[in-house]
Design a binder for this molecule. Sequence first.
Ligand code: GDD
Ligand code: GTP
Length: 409
Amino acid sequence: KVVAVILVGGPTKGTRFRPLSFNTPEPLFPLAGQPMVHHPISACKRIPNLVQIFLIGFYEEREFALYVSSISNELKVPVRYLKEDKPHGSAGGLYYFRDEIMEESPSHIFLLNCDVCCNFPLPNMLDAHKRYGGIGTLLVIKVSAESANQFGELVADPTTKELLHYTEKPETFVSDLINCGVYVFTPKIFSAIQNVNLLREDRADINHVAGFQSQQLATRSPPTDFVRLDQDILSPLAGKKQLYTYETMDFWEQIKTPGMSIKCSALYLAQFRVTSPHLLASGDGKKNATVVGDVYIHPSAKVHPTAKIGPDVSVSANVRIAAGVRLMNSIILDDVEIKENAVVMNAIVGWKSSIGKWSRVQADGDYNRKLGITILGEAVTVEDEVVVINSIVLPNKMLNLSVQEEIIL
Ligand code: GDD
Ligand code: GTP
């Protein structure tokens, strides 16, 4: 049997996602019309003998209750949300719920960060992991040397694929091969987390208090309350024939900013061509709007046939799109109204916002820049003929003048 654990973090983590994280936890923000966490969850469905999926985080349980019950029914695999009383770190969170995770005595445990976007080649990772015979296998990818320092950099043996060296976000360049935040472990990982102080001592020569280890064995937490998977577990275990790597040649991105959510939404829309073509809109401009490239339109949205949508647009529930509207490379959230001849490009339009006639909400689309996309928070009103360029507008604002490169508080 196999179980999967998805780390969803908590409310302190989503600050870079403001103002979109005020009401919706980042893991439930829609990419390609589906909550972010839906993409790794549906990838888990392809793992043979999968019996349970756990989401571990420190958001309130009620924020995930609805989603967890609907996805359990849809996939016919039990999905449970487990709430930590406080952040325990990526390995500490896993350890904290080890009894629940081991309930069905799984032989393997997948661990996935929820804020990464890739095609999650989980069955291939499991096969490779079984061949290697270690306690864990990491998904890794080559990125540009300039961007590698935002991630865990690592060195692997080119033949055996053993993880030889691991450094989390190093200041000086180590390697352009990085950790994707997707792992498969055997249950031995819990012993490694339990022994974290020994591992830490091993590396840093911290004074070990005799007897402390055994005294803590019976409690729920490891000897220390906060354990990071990368620094505390992967680094010290590298080069000990316990960890191995599986390199993906496909797409991989990290989703830490709203700009990256537009990019990742587009990547998932492209993936739908292969995995779920029925989710992609088609239109010819007669009965339905003209559709260009990959577009998701929720069945409850009302789109005028003279609108032109795409590429890379997702339109959520109850959105109303009037005649002559043009949408490109954008995410339109629930209950938005876009009036006649308005244009939205490289933008995220927040829940219940309204965009007036002949208005433009747009940006240059440079995802690496804070104001490279335009974001309207929840319930923003853009009046008729107003132009909003490369700006972030906080919730409940009314814009009657055009703005450029501004944050409207
Ligand atoms: N439940 C829970 N509890 N989840 C947590 C906690 C915690 O205390 N802390 C972090 N997480 C979750 C986050 O929500 C995220 O999904 C994942 O764990 C990793 O977050 P961080 O520990 O903040 O690391 P990171 O995202 O900056 O970097 C990690 O992922 C990169 C890939 O995206 C590292 O492992 C890097 O090496 C790696 O390249
Ligand atoms: P050029 O770059 O000089 O062609 O100007 P443009 O305004 O056509 O380019 P822009 O990048 O602003 O627009 C991109 C797309 O949106 C193009 O396909 C345009 O046809 C379309 N577009 C631009 N303005 C409007 C508009 O007011 N209404 C509609 N329906 N579409 C528009």
